[in-house]
Ligand binder design. Structure first.
Ligand SMILES: N[C@@H](Cc1c[nH]c[nH+]1)C(=O)O
Length: 370
């Protein structure tokens, strides 16, 4: 029996992407990037690995556990492979581009790697494409970010888009203001589990409408308003309403004000993106804080998209016309065909054939379909 290495086995959560999916993935990345940069988001390319401390300082605790680390023989220090490009964009904004006027619009595309798969069955290496708007986290900024994400996904072929809005810091804000609770952790845990009985037991009955009202924005927002939870809460609902209006025509919107799983570093707003025919989440985003070296803090908002679900759903594929050029065909023929959008495969010898090269056509003095 051959050993796993000679059989070419890969570690769990890693894979090769072959034709035609590799080409589809490449096309999707280009389409998404083009749409994002067309809105003024300049592309940046941070490195795959950084000093561990530098990455950890910008991630939530949960994010830090997710980093794959290696010892660098050159610097003799621990490096970590990025699990998210957003903190790297934040670092760039707070250091090398700190002098640039705000808002600063940055975009990126590259692989990220996490120790544990982010969702059951997901790969550990994923391609992340995103945009970050640094300097603002207003409703206007959120509206722009949401629109850019939805437009890019539509251009990539996604249909039936939906957005789940959440308010990650809402419960803390309410508890600090008008709705104090004795045991905030217990209330948070009950809300995370959408567990009504535990919520009451934890003394958080006032928070029950946050679970009960979750659902499509058109019904959830009026139901949450009717709960009368104060001016600060109503301002958040105004924001959710404005974002729902902004997204209308591009996506369906649902509101789940207490959902915070996966939104460990986001502040007042978080959102998840879904598309018809793709079971898993295809992107997420929200508002957050960028920390500057001197201790200053700057608001920001952004989104990240993950293309694996799109590739699996068959998006990004293009039918290619692939023509076989028999041995001895003049080189100029191939040049002219490629200029005309054909993919050409030139025979290396007289024994090569069109079928083994998966060609759709053969050159017989003109393209002939096979
Ligand atoms: N990078 C975050 C989403 C995000 C982008 N900007 C703000 N939040 C994620 O992938 O979970």
């Amino acid at each position: 029996m051959t050993d796993p290495i000679s059989r070419g086995l890969l570690p769990e959560g890693f894979r090769d992407r072959l034709a035609p999916r590799a080409a589809a993935a490449d096309r999707l990345v280009r389409t998404l990037c083009d749409r994002i940069t067309a809105h003024g988001y300049d592309l940046v390319q941070p490195p795959l690995a950084e000093f561990e401390d530098s990455l950890i300082g910008r991630l939530s605790d949960g994010g830090a556990q997710d980093l794959l680390r290696v010892i660098d023989p050159v610097s003799q220090r621990t490096l970590a492979i990025r699990s998210d490009i957003t903190p790297q964009a934040g670092r760039i904004a707070a250091t090398r581009l700190a002098h640039r006027p705000r808002p600063l619009r940055l975009s990126y595309a590259g692989p990220v790697l996490s120790v544990r798969p982010p969702q059951v069955g997901a790969e550990r290496e994923r391609m992340q494409i995103g945009a970050e708007l640094i300097g603002h986290d207003s409703v206007a900024a959120a509206g722009e970010i949401l629109t850019v994400a939805l437009e890019a996904l539509t251009a990539a072929g996604c249909a039936d888009l939906s957005v789940d809005l959440t308010l990650p810091s809402l419960v803390e804000e309410l508890a600090e203001a008008d709705w104090p609770v004795d045991n905030l952790d217990a209330v948070r845990a009950a809300l995370d589990g959408k567990d009504h009985a535990s919520l009451i037991a934890a003394g958080g009955a006032a928070y029950a409408p946050l679970i009960e009202a979750a659902g499509p924005a058109a019904s959830a927002i009026p139901a949450l308003r009717a709960a009368g939870m104060g001016a600060a809460f109503d301002r958040r609902l105004d924001a959710a309403e404005a974002l729902t209006a902004r997204a209308s025509g591009l996506a369906r919107v649902t509101v789940d004000p207490t959902e915070r799983r996966g939104f460990e570093f986001q502040t007042w707003l978080g959102f998840s993106l879904f598309a018809g025919g793709i079971a898993s989440e295809i992107g997420r985003g929200g508002t957050y804080i960028v920390r500057h070296p001197g201790g200053a803090e700057e608001p920001a908002i952004g989104f990240s998209l993950y293309i694996d679900g799109l590739v699996q759903a068959g998006l990004g594929r293009r039918k290619t016309r692939r023509i076989f050029l028999p041995h001895g065909t003049d080189a100029g023929v191939g040049t002219a065909l490629r200029a005309d959008g054909w993919v050409t495969v030139a025979a290396l010898s007289g024994s090569d054939d069109a079928e083994a090269n998966a060609c759709t056509h053969i050159w017989t003095g003109e393209p002939a379909a096979l």
